[in-house]
Design a binder for this molecule. Structure first.
Ligand SMILES: Cc1ncc(COP(=O)(O)O)c(C=O)c1O
Length: 337
């Protein structure tokens, strides 16, 4: 099964350091989450029919012509492979490993291709899955390219799936507003930019026909009442969104600068930075151990089938955490090879 960041339990168990003493940089989730409002009793009490207001707020924020709320983008990632007959699927990689894993689990033929190889596979597959911008590498694909790929795939009954879970800070890359075109799925997450991963909420945009199939697969009450109430407020709070885009831009730059000061070239988004094994001077594993001994938990990617060797760094949550991270970087002594 794919590994994931945010696994602080593993760090606590293995290194014996209490939870509160870790600086957790192992995810790409905004450390300053949306302030959760007090909830009306009805949010808990009623069976959660999907509220029209929520879908309208999501459509306005993401630019979807129409969308379906899901219990995290992950719920859609698990459902989509179950909505198609046996297919040839090309998944971008290295990337969020659940895509390839779920298509494989559902019995499809899956190939993985790097961003530069995707186009050459296009004529030979039924489904193309792209994460834009990519996690962990931060690679991107221009909207015009994606829309051209969608046209080719749809002409033969295929799908283009674009996972925009990290798209909130780069709205110019989004094709959410085109998601009613045949054969296109666009997935969005409330977990990352709003820092509400525990809410388990995301949205899928697609044509009416595809959305109906997804809703039928998910069944009734797929998203909790509290999640709906909180997200409706977060998605409508333009002042919070603008302020956080600005803050994340500055923090993303600070993270790049800290890594560069240690001689590690990085790429990524405002929410995380990726350093490949090469850019870590072939010291990924030793460096990861060094950070762990300093109480800084970063996400290591090994060189297994669906991964690429390197480290991903999320944003520290407080000035004290920044200081500890910067100290850990300064204390690193490269190992003799
Ligand atoms: C690219 C990508 N898509 C989707 C997800 C799942 O997000 P959610 O919390 O919305 O299920 C993740 C989680 O890390 C991710 O990195």
């Amino acid at each position: 099964m794919p590994e994931h960041g945010g696994n602080l339990n593993d760090a606590v168990a293995y290194y014996g350091r209490p939870r509160e003493q870790w600086v957790d940089l192992s995810t790409g989730i905004n450390p300053a989450h949306y302030p959760v409002p007090a909830l009306p009793d009805m949010a808990w009490h009623r069976l959660p029919e999907i509220s029209k207001e929520l879908e309208q707020a999501a459509a306005a924020y993401y630019g979807f012509p129409a969308c379906v709320a899901v219990a995290g983008t992950q719920a859609a990632i698990q459902a989509l492979p179950r909505l198609r007959p046996h297919s040839r699927v090309c998944v971008c990689g290295p990337s969020y490993a659940e895509h390839a894993w779920q298509w494989q689990q559902a019995g499809h033929d899956v190939i993985r291709a790097s961003y530069t190889e995707l186009e050459q596979h296009l004529p030979h597959v039924d489904v193309m899955v792209v994460v834009n911008p990519n996690n962990p590498t931060g690679e991107t694909i221009a909207p015009a390219t994606l829309l051209a790929w969608r046209e080719q795939l749809a002409a033969r009954g295929g799908w283009l799936i674009v996972d925009e879970a990290f798209g909130d800070t780069v709205p110019e890359l989004s094709i959410s507003s085109h998601s009613d075109l045949p054969g296109l799925w666009v997935l969005r997450s409330v977990g990352k930019f709003f820092g509400l991963a525990g809410l388990r909420l995301g949205f899928a945009g697609a044509s009416a026909n595809l959305l109906a199939q997804l809703s039928a697969w998910l069944g009734p009450w797929a998203v909790s009442g509290p999640a709906q109430t909180i997200a409706q407020q977060a998605l409508s709070d333009i002042a919070w969104q603008q302020k956080n885009r600005h803050v994340l831009r500055q923090q993303g730059q600070r993270l790049r600068n800290v890594l560069a000061a240690s001689g590690w070239l990085s790429q990524g988004t405002d929410l995380f930075q990726w350093c490949s094994h090469q850019h870590l001077h072939q010291q990924t594993d030793a460096l990861w151990e060094h950070f762990a001994h300093q109480g800084v938990w970063v996400r290591r990617f090994d060189a297994s089938a669906w991964s690429a060797h390197g480290l991903r760094f999320g944003l520290p949550a407080s000035e004290a955490d920044w200081q500890r991270f910067e100290q850990a970087c300064q204390q690193w002594k490269p190992q003799e090879s």
